[in-house]
Design a binder for this molecule. Structure first.
Ligand SMILES: Cc1ncc(C[n+]2csc(CCOP(=O)(O)OP(=O)(O)O)c2C)c(N)n1
Ligand SMILES: [Mg+2]
Length: 364
């Protein structure tokens, strides 16, 4: 280019003279949700739900070793307080979406133990008609929008569901469960950006269980509070103790109230721990000596038992009766799965896509 060539206007014009707006840090969540105080009965109900989820999964593990359940199977044992506390903070029509460790979330949201167990067995009576298996539980009747096997892949889907909900103006909120390992995925960041930009009614709930497969949290990330990732897009955030079901209920409650009010999304991180290996084929030999025993002192079921006894005078006999009824319900679910028929191969392609507009015309 010669020295006399005309200057290119947009390169020579002064850069914007006004300083770039500095983005204020998002406000903290209110220190208390406006949910009613927990009572003896409501805490007993949360306790029962956690025990039931654990019993169903213990039986699923047994069935897996007996080769009655095939494929991947990731147990939620140790993390039950997160799903159960979150369910107590949500309304019936709120949408939930989760990854592949989702048996607990599905049951907490209202999928029956029978429908979950039958799905694990691959039977036609399963919540996904036996076509999904452990990682793909789905039940739109209770607004459980699925488990997904691609790490982080469902997080943009949560933003999409929240977009739909916002357009429909129903006042519902989406809760998206994901693991610490998923918070390093590009899809996660993209979903956060759009959710914040469009002020979508979604709560991103990271369950930091210290591991992504065999990689511990301090070996996967320089940042070990994944909720801090939200600050980069101006999102309200909080990290909290996920072992205490009552506390989870309150913190998810505060987040859901914020999202429902139309102010935008929230990202939470619940500190939790998985007591089993990553999947049924993982002996979990990568843990430090004594780590599991130490974490088991925070077992959410044991913590709740202590509170029920100490604060509400619940007797051992009452707790034992609850545990026995959960055993019965879990065994009933396993028997139901065993006795159920296999899916008919003729239906293999029937549920791949939603029914077309033409085929549902009569329903409108
Ligand atoms: C895109 C993608 N990469 C890798 C995997 C293999 N994989 C399955 S689970 C997992 C770890 C995810 O850990 P985290 O998000 O913390 O969930 P957690 O298993 O602890 O519940 C990986 C890497 C996958 N399923 N999808
Ligand atoms: Mg994890």
């Amino acid at each position: 280019m010669s020295a006399s060539a005309p200057a290119v206007p947009h390169l020579t014009a002064p850069l914007a003279t006004a300083p770039l707006a500095t983005m204020p840090l998002p406000p903290p969540l209110p220190p208390r949700s406006s949910l009613p105080a927990i009572t003896r009965d409501s805490l007993l109900a949360l306790y029962r739900k956690m025990v039931l989820i654990r019993r169903v999964e213990e039986l699923a593990a047994k069935a897996y070793t007996q080769r009655k359940i095939f494929g991947f199977c990731h147990l939620y044992i140790g993390q039950e307080s997160v799903a159960v506390g979150a369910a107590a903070a949500c309304q019936k029509n709120d949408r939930w979406i989760a990854a592949y460790r989702e048996h607990g979330q599905a049951m907490a949201k209202g999928v029956s133990p029978r429908a979950v167990m039958a799905e694990l067995y691959g039977k036609a009576t399963g919540c996904t008609k036996g076509l999904g298996g452990s990682m793909h539980l789905f039940d739109s009747s209770v607004h459980f929008m699925g488990g997904y096997g691609i790490v982080g892949g469902h997080i943009p889907l949560a933003a999409g569901v929240a977009w739909a909900v916002k357009q429909q103006k129903t006042g519902d909120v989406v809760v998206c469960f994901f693991g610490d390992g998923s918070a390093h995925q590009g899809a996660f960041f993209e979903a956060l950006c759009l959710a914040q930009l469009y002020k979508l009614p979604v709560v991103f709930l990271c369950e930091n269980n210290y591991y992504a497969m065999g990689t511990s949290i301090d070996r996967q990330s320089a940042l070990i509070d994944m909720s801090l990732r939200g600050l980069g897009v101006g999102m309200v955030r909080e990290q909290f103790d996920g072992f205490d079901v009552e506390h989870v209920r309150d913190r998810v409650g505060a987040a859901v109230e914020y999202a429902r009010s139309g102010q935008g999304p929230v990202i939470l991180e619940a500190i939790t721990y998985r007591f089993r290996g990553h999947s049924m084929s993982d002996p979990a030999k990568y843990r430090k000596a004594g780590e599991l025993e130490e974490k088991k002192k925070s077992d959410p079921i044991a913590i709740t038992e202590q509170r029920l006894k100490g604060d509400y005078g619940v007797t051992d006999a009452e707790l034992e009766a609850i545990r026995a009824s959960c055993d019965e319900e879990a065994e009933d679910a396993a028997k139901f799965a065993e006795d159920s028929p296999w899916p008919d191969p003729a239906n293999l392609y029937d549920y791949t896509y939603a029914p077309s507009a033409a085929s549902t015309e009569g329903d409108r």
